[in-house]
Design a protein around this ligand. Structure first.
Ligand SMILES: Cc1cc2nc3c(=O)[nH]c(=O)nc-3n(C[C@H](O)[C@H](O)[C@H](O)COP(=O)(O)O)c2cc1C
Length: 155
């Protein structure tokens, strides 16, 4: 008999970033978060996608239930952001993100995708929809994979 797979869940939260207003320091701070998160997530077999939109962050974290719970406990205690609120936390059948930690930031190339997702007014009202965050993250990942020429591996 095949062993039962452990329970996979995804957690989506959003928060307000406490990052520097200066672009260079901000990039450095995001780089620092990325280094820490990549290392920890690889170890915990977490896959995730972080969207940054102005001073808001929204992240989808996927993995085994206990790993997601431990990771979120650390994240929600981090003073580099505040007002961390869970949008959705549920079981999933399979993972949708391929990397331990990827960040999607608005650039001239993907501006249209951010525009269409229209997350900013939802963040400002404090009621972002899980589906909208998820859809933008999946689209940004697909765009990045197409650019790298590896999209055919993940259909
Ligand atoms: C917006 C944001 C997203 C983060 N995402 C992750 C993550 O996916 N995984 C992770 O381990 N840490 C993440 N971190 C960093 C954690 O909050 C924490 O600093 C890091 O895991 C180190 O924890 P420790 O100092 O308790 O060892 C994130 C931090 C911020 C501000």
């Amino acid at each position: 008999m095949r062993a039962k797979r452990t329970t996979l869940v995804h957690l989506i939260y959003f928060s307000r970033l406490n990052l520097s207003a200066d672009a260079t320091s901000r990039t450095q701070q995001i780089g620092e978060i990325t280094r820490q998160a990549q290392k920890k997530n690889e170890f915990a077999v977490i896959t995730s996608f972080l969207i940054i939109e102005q001073n808001f962050a929204a992240q989808i974290i996927e993995g085994e239930r206990a790993s997601v719970s431990d990771t979120f406990a650390r994240i929600s205690n981090d003073s580099r952001h505040r007002d961390v609120q869970i949008v959705e936390w549920r079981e999933i059948v399979k993972r949708e993100f391929v990397n331990s930690f990827t960040t999607g930031i608005r650039t001239p190339t993907n501006d249209g995708l951010f525009q269409k997702a229209s997350l900013l007014p939802m963040f400002q009202r404090g009621t972002p929809k899980a589906g909208a965050i998820h859809a933008l993250a999946v689209t940004l990942q697909a765009e990045s994979m197409t650019k790298q020429g590896i999209d055919h591996l993940f259909v």
